[in-house]
Design a protein around this ligand. Sequence first.
Ligand code: ATP
Ligand code: MG
Length: 175
Amino acid sequence: MQIKRLRLTGFKSFVDPADLAIAPGLTGVVGPNGCGKSNLLEALRWAMGENSAKSLRGAGMDDVIFAGTATRPSRDFAEVSILAEAAGDDEEIEVVRRIERGTGSAYRINGRDVRARDVGLLFADAATGAHSPALVSQGRIGAVIAAKPADRRTMLEEAAGISGLHVRRKDAEQR
Ligand code: ATP
Ligand code: MG
């Protein structure tokens, strides 16, 4: 799957609609501290179904909505759209997640209301998805280096997609 465009409206610091075009090859995002680089990656993960507010550096999910500044009032909703193209297919697919303050979020695929589960399935292959090991958050490399060996093994198992095997083995041993 090739992600072609990320569109943010009212998401964190992106109060005005903003488009990030992602062409084939390498895309770099540069800017001073606090300009919103990490927010972009978080928007991508959020639209793919991330449900942990903490991993989006918030206390609750409403914290992804623009909270206002000294000169701009806060917003009541946030919306992120991912425009993608399936590999070997030139049909475009648009995934939208929208959250309204106090009421939670909803998803659409090509304009049709869908469940979070449908979005999860769409991004289920190993290279994409909110928990893809391809998405490395800030500080994560340092955390891997500083981790105790046992914790580091857990991280590697998660990246390899085999952590579920231990749960099933424990289960089998108890029978
Ligand atoms: P660095 O180079 O330090 O990693 P960065 O470019 O990754 O910086 P981000 O962490 O993406 O920056 O952006 C942080 C900015 O986003 C802060 O200024 C913060 O106030 C702002 N921000 C985060 N959440 C919200 C929100 N809900 N409403 C408004 N602004 C927000
Ligand atoms: Mg950052």
